[in-house]
Ligand binder design. Sequence first.
Ligand code: MN
Ligand code: MN
Length: 366
Amino acid sequence: MINKKLTYLKEWLIESKIDCALLTDPENIAYYSGFKSEPHERILALAIFPSTDPFLFTPSLDMKDAQNSEWSFSVYGYLDNENPWSILSKKIQEATTSTECFAIEKSFLTVERYEKLCLFFKNSTFENVSEKIQEMKLIKDSSEIKKMIEAGKWADKALEIGFNTIKEGISEEEIVAEIDYQLKKQGIKEMSFETMVLTGDHAASPHGVPGARKIKKNDMVLFDLGVVYNGYTSDVTRMAIFGKPSKEAEKVYSIVLKAHQAAIAAVKPGISAGQLDKIARDIITNEGYGEYFTHRLGHGLGSNVHEFPSIMEGSELIIKEGMCFSIEPGIYIPEVVGVRIEDCLYVTKNGCELFTTTPTAFKSIV
Ligand code: MN
Ligand code: MN
C-alpha cells in the first residue's frame, strides 16, 4: 500500500512535471519506504514516479531484508560484479515512458555518482529534491511522534545512568562507555550521535570531545546525548554538579535555565522561529552574557538528529503543529564555565510537549 509520505511526494512530482525522483540517501529512503539499510559504498536507491509504482533498488545481499520489510512494491537487486547504474537505468526506463526530468538529492548525491547517472540519461535535466524532502519532514505525524516519545524516554534513562556513574576520578570517556554499554544491553542499537560527557571548564566547548579527563570535586558535568528508537532520534542536555558549584557557575546556570523555560513557554503555533530565539537570547544578553551564547537556540529533529526548522535569529519561519525541535540555550565562557540545557519538543494545538522529563533543577551529586 502507498503511504501518505509517498503520496505527497508523487503529488509534487506531478506539479513540478518531474518524471522520476531518484533517492539515494539511506535516511530518506527509510523515511519513504520504511526500509532502513546502510549500503556503505554500494548503491541503494528508491525510484518514485508520478503515476506508476515506485521501486527499491538494493545490493543483492539486502534484497531479502527489503522484501521482508514494510515495503510492498518491487525490489530489484544487483550483484557486486554487475554495473548497478546500467541495471538501475534499465529498470527506470521500464517504469516510465519519459525520463526528461529527474529529481535528485543535490545535497547528498556525489559528483561521481551524478556523472554516472548522466551517462545513462544524457538528455535529462536534474532538479533538486533535497529541500522538498526537508520541508515535508518538518511536520511529523502521530506515529513518528510516538517513536520520538519513546526515544526521549530512553534519553532520560541514559541521563540517569550517567548521573549514577559519576564519582571522583572517573574519566569522561569511562562515563560515556558506561552509558552506551548499559543501553546496548537493554536493546538500544544506536545513539543519535556520539554521547557527550564533558567535565569542568571542558564543557565550555559546545562541541567538545570526551577524553581521559577525570572528574574532580566541585566539577560540573555536562551530558549531551540521545538515542535512536525505531529510526527516530532524541537529544537532551543536562548538567550535574559533583559537589558544590562556584558562585559564577550557579549564576550562569540560573540564567540559562531562565532562557530555556521562557522559550519553551512561548512555543505555540503561529510564533516564528526567530521570535523564539530572541526570547531566550534577550534574557542571556540582558544579564550580560550575550557574547557567550554562540549558537542558535535550536534545531529540528526526527529521523535525523538535525533537520529543519532551524530556531535561529532572524528566521521568519512560522511554527506549526507537528513540528519537532530542540530548545537549547547555552553560555560558554572559555576556560571558566560552560552550561547548556536542552530539551526537544513537539508542537501541539496550543503549545508544546517535551520528549524528555529529567528535571532541569541544578542536579547536585555528592
Ligand atoms: Mn541538539
Ligand atoms: Mn544535544
